[in-house]
Unconditional design. Structure first.
Length: 104
């Protein structure tokens, strides 16, 4: 077993988590200032639209996992909990089978 590699992985994981938590905290403070009516409006405008290019997303269920795919830039999006489901169901090769669904 390569202890150095494991330590490096744990460090990477730790620093990524710290970075996420730091940015999330700053954004949550900002979000507190947004009124509920404004939030509702934002949700209506952005629902099922690509977070990157703003075009409409297509939702499919593949092997029991919901996947949202952008109809324009082709980015793939998983809702909260869907990656956890994927890990829990342990589906080796899922990502390559799923992406092949979208290939011409
Ligand atoms: Zn897009």
């Amino acid at each position: 077993m390569d202890i150095d590699k494991d330590t490096k992985k744990q460090e990477d994981e730790y620093f990524a988590r710290i970075e996420f938590e730091k940015r999330q905290k700053a954004l949550k403070e900002k979000q507190k200032q947004i009124k509920s009516t404004e939030r509702k409006k934002l949700k209506e405008e952005h629902w099922m639209h690509c977070p990157k290019c703003g075009m409409e997303m297509v939702e499919i269920t593949f092997e029991g996992i919901k996947v949202d795919k952008c109809s324009d830039c082709l980015g793939i999006y998983f809702d909260d909990g869907e990656i956890d489901q994927l890990i829990a169901k342990n589906k080796p090769g899922f990502l390559s089978r799923m992406t092949s669904v979208f290939k011409d």
